[in-house]
Design a binder for this molecule. Sequence first.
Ligand code: ZN
Length: 200
Amino acid sequence: MGLFDKKYCDVCGNKIGLLGNHKLANGNLCKDCNAQLSPWLTGRKQMTVQDIIAHLNYRAENARVLEMFQETRVVGTNMQVHIDDVHGWLFFTRSTDWRKANPDVLRFDQITGADYQIHEYEHQTAVEVENVAPPPAEPPVPPAPAADAFGRPLDEYGRPLDEYGRPLDEYGRPLDEYGRPVPPPPGPAGRPTPPPPPPR
Ligand SMILES: [Zn+2]
């Protein structure tokens, strides 16, 4: 028995490469057979060749069960729980190609307990103001109102405007913001026009 003696898998009979051996209690297992073991299997080195053959038969049956799996719900993001409410089955996997990964299918009644963890995430987006695109251009200014027969511009109600921008009524009197005629302007220097002197 030299260090580099060729080893053969005691399950499938294939030659085992230099670094491909997985020891069993009473034999050797190749890496291809080892890859078919359940990821939940522990204590492989203490298992016999017969234990492994029985386990691989279970794994082949599990693959047949997966072909009947009718996925109705998926929970989780990385490690996902895939649920078949029709059959009452579920399995856990990180693989997106779960038919190839052959995850162990459990019946609902095999679940005896669960721990819950709630993860919350917040996401904020910071925007650099300097890099924000300029706002869209102002809408075009509507054309100036048309003028009346005297060349005076008209306001939005079609009333002519005087030189101070005040609308005028139909008698040519300027109107205040309430639409009332503005009193005539005071006399020179801002003083009220004095009443005419009483007759003698
Ligand atoms: Zn093998």
